[in-house]
Ligand binder design. Structure first.
Ligand code: PEP
Ligand code: MN
Length: 462
């Protein structure tokens, strides 16, 4: 079992902070099976890229990571709700001020809907500033008789279907770091510099006025406005409304990158992943004895694990033993992605086994990844109705068991894309040609995201 106490040899907290390379166990994953990794270790740029990442400043600070863990402990105890959202795969070109701000605004709007509906704090997190690598079901892709390595996210290779672009290039990790840094910088500016002020609740609403969710949001914003003005007149102190906490999380898929950004915290001398506040392990890389579980088990960050429909109660319990041996609320989040058809049958045994064990995990629904379909035209999509149905199933199951439905994890964007079918201003396939932009999985557009927030708020306020 893992022990977070610092070895005596390193425990001189007044002394120099040990280097991650000297910290026991942080390289144990190198001897274990690691799925879905790039084949770039013999590339001449590999060692220089890793050396550069070993020396750069952390993207997030250990104190923020600890704060997030304590916020998630509130979620584990049923006193707060957790909202995660962003692209399936971020892109370097897509890291513009407009797109980042549209995504942050949409997440802030969703959070307002949830906070108001549930009268509960919402822990807000972007699937942002690090979501640049993807697990794939096949190593190769064939088009017109030409076979090339699959696209694995821009931190590994390029999307263009050419031999040159599909090379696994370790320099891309450095670009990924730099793009994450500028994204995070803008997010920090937005959320602490006045943009997230609750008095701007109307200003976050974006175009697309014909959609019913737009009008519903406007009327909620008017109510909040009135309440804020009333409190203002009463002389309340509004400092708390001026800024908001906003965290960054991504799938910790690329172990070379995650290990290179592991730092030992100068306050506690414990290891932290500093590529993002929250790191999760995907459904395809969560083997108990695999490299991903090993490395993440040694970091102090709050950790997520995606669980698909084949997961058994014993699998979940074994993951808890490995990743949360101290049973620390806030440490471990299970993100279930069962599919609308499966959730009512597959989720209950998992939740029951975990709740019976006494462990306090955060339960989050990802209503996207179990509901992906490929159309004859070749587009990958999701039906909005299936997404909605999985969310409903999630709340029904937790209500029946008496566990707390702690959060939602969605692939979404602030833009008016056409990638998921349906919604109350329905997207149909004819719009895909012009407005399908995702390089990987289909995302909810701005309006579909708001609709989901209203649906969840409805459940939370019951
Ligand atoms: C993802 O979140 O984009 C993903 C690949 O999910 P999963 O690991 O659940 O398949
Ligand atoms: Mn995805």
């Amino acid at each position: 079992m893992l022990d977070f106490t610092v070895p005596d040899s390193l425990r001189n907290l007044a002394g120099p902070v040990p280097a991650a390379a000297d910290y026991p166990g942080l390289d144990a994953w190198r001897d274990l099976a690691a799925d879905q990794q790039p084949t770039w270790h013999d590339h001449p740029d590999f060692a220089p890229a890793v050396a550069e990442l070993n020396a750069v400043p952390p993207l997030v600070f250990a104190g923020e990571v600890d704060q997030l863990r304590s916020r998630l402990a509130e979620v584990a105890n049923g006193r707060a709700f957790f909202l995660q959202g962003g692209d399936c795969a971020e892109t370097f070109e897509g890291a513009t001020a407009d797109r980042i701000s549209a995504r942050v605004k949409t997440l802030l709007q969703m959070a307002v809907v949830l906070t108001y509906g549930a009268s509960m704090p919402v822990v807000k997190m972007g699937r942002m500033a690090g979501q640049f690598s993807k697990p794939r079901s096949s190593n190769d892709e064939t088009r017109d008789g030409v076979t090339l390595p699959t696209f694995r996210g821009e931190m590994v290779n390029g999307f263009d279907f050419t031999a040159e672009s599909r090379v696994h290039d370790p320099r891309r990790m450095v670009r990924g770091y730099n793009t994450s840094a500028s994204t995070l910088n803008l997010i920090r500016a937005f959320t602490t510099g006045g943009f997230a002020d609750l008095r701007l609740v109307h200003a976050w609403n974006m175009g697309f006025t014909t959609n019913p969710a737009h009008a519903r949001y406007e009327s909620l914003a008017r109510e909040i406005d009135r309440a804020v003005k009333f409190m203002d007149a009463c002389g309340a102190d509004f400092d708390a409304l001026r800024t908001t906490e906003f965290y960054a999380g991504h799938e910790a898929l690329l172990l070379d990158y995650e290990r290179a950004l592991t730092r030992i915290d100068s306050r506690t001398h414990l290891p932290y992943g500093t590529s993002g506040h929250f790191l999760w392990i995907g459904e395809r890389t969560r083997e108990l004895d695999g490299a991903h579980v090993d490395l993440l088990s040694r970091l102090r960050n709050p950790i997520g694990v995606k669980l698909g429909p084949k997961t058994t109660g014993d699998d979940a319990l074994a993951l808890i033993d490995k990743l949360d041996p101290e049973r620390e609320p806030g440490r471990l989040t299970f993100i279930t992605r069962m599919g609308a058809k499966n959730i009512r049958e597959k989720l209950p045994p998992l939740v029951e086994a975990v709740e019976r064990s006494g462990a306090k995990v955060v339960w989050v629904t990802d209503p996207m990844h179990g509901n992906t379909v490929s159309l004859p035209s070749g587009y990958k999509t999701r039906n909005f109705e299936d997404v909605v149905d999985e969310v409903r199933g999630f709340f029904e199951v937790h209500e029946a068991i008496g566990s707390f439905p702690g959060g939602i994890h969605v692939e979404m964007t602030g833009d008016d894309v056409a990638e998921c079918l349906g919604g109350s201003d329905p997207v149909d396939e004819s719009s895909f040609e012009d407005r399908y932009e995702s390089l990987c999985d289909p995302r909810l557009n701005h309006m579909q995201s708001l609709e989901i927030a209203f649906l969840v708020a409805g459940y939370l306020s019951r």
